[in-house]
Design a protein around this ligand. Structure first.
Ligand code: SIN
Length: 316
């Protein structure tokens, strides 16, 4: 006798994929996070083309991802970890806003790096659009989630499959708004079939306990950018307020204005952790001594935040 069908759990967090507009032609004047995740799954044909899988849904949050908080991240990690640990669950899909998708994807990769697939998806147009992309993106995400051997944190959008840790949003409007820098896509979903040309992502996860600290006491990590006229006063203002980590988006190959460098030296002397990356939209900081140099500034911020969360608390 066959065992029970394996389940894919679809977690909803809001975003444009769940957004609605009064006018079907409106792709920008809509409200994100209006429809529940069960309605999104229903609009994506409920996964009926995956007969050996059952779908289950859970609404973890209902937000525009511009308003993403550390508390939502903590809850998402908790719920994802709980579902991944279930024997009857073979895969997770997370419907999310596009605007901060690369941050959540990087966080989930570093914290969970699961042996099962955890597939993020999103949409650039609200659910009410004449040609909404959400249902197709969710279908494609379910296809990848059901793929034999799939593993790790992935993102499926615009017919492309990306490693979550490499994802970057690179266009504010187009349907193919995402890329993965020099790494490129991991595969594509075409007519409901995955064509894959790179290995599934893997990594050594930090574990969900790393985000279990009371959110109010999470380290404060901010991003500062080097630019013409940088004078470092922003760093001094942050030092006066209290800051634990700074990500510097340097120019070019991670170069930093001398005035900002001086301010960062003052920050380091005060025990602030500093990570350097580039404000260039492609490539990595060549010769960087820090892994952050290969990350976008917002992903480098997640990396530094997790490093500080994982560090043993200062004595006294
Ligand atoms: C959001 O990020 O929640 C809104 C924008 C989008 O999903 O494209």
């Amino acid at each position: 006798m066959e065992g029970p069908a394996r389940k894919i759990v679809v977690l909803g967090t809001g975003g444009t994929i769940a957004g609605t507009a009064p006018d079907a032609g409106d792709h920008v004047g809509y409200r994100a996070a209006q429809l529940g995740v069960a309605a999104l799954v229903a609009a994506a044909a409920g996964g009926t083309w995956l007969p050996s899988w059952q779908l289950e849904t859970e609404q973890v949050a209902q937000i525009d991802s511009a308003d993403l908080t550390h508390a939502v991240w903590q809850l998402l990690v908790r719920r994802a970890a709980a579902h991944l640990a279930r024997d009857d669950v073979g895969a997770l899909v997370v419907a999310h806003g596009t605007d901060t998708l690369e941050e959540t994807a990087y966080l989930l990769h570093r914290v969970l790096a699961p042996a099962k697939p955890l597939v993020l998806t999103a949409a650039m147009r609200p659910a009410t659009a004449l040609q909404a992309d959400g249902p197709q993106n969710l279908n494609d995400a379910l296809t990848v989630a059901a793929e034999s051997g799939a593993r790790g944190v992935l993102a499926v959008i615009g017919g492309q499959v990306f490693a979550g840790a490499e994802l970057r949003k690179q266009h504010p409007y187009r349907l193919d708004a995402f890329g993965a820098g020099d790494a490129g896509a991991l595969g594509a979903v075409e007519q409901g079939t995955l064509r894959r040309w790179r290995e599934w992502p893997s990594g050594a996860p930090l574990g969900p306990q790393v985000v279990e600290r009371e959110v109010r006491s999470w380290p404060r990590v901010e991003i500062v950018t080097s630019h013409a006229g940088s004078d470092g006063r922003i760093v001094d203002a942050l030092l006066a307020q209290g800051v634990d980590g700074l990500v510097v988006a340097g120019v070019g190959n991670g170069h930093v204005h001398t005035a900002l460098q001086a301010a960062l030296a003052r920050a380091r002397a005060r025990g602030v952790a500093v990570a350097l990356t580039t404000r260039c939209t492609q490539g990595v900081v060549v010769g960087a001594t820090d892994d952050a140099g290969a990350l976008t500034p917002v992903q480098a911020r997640v990396e530094l935040l997790l490093r500080l969360l994982a560090a043993p608390p200062e004595p006294g």
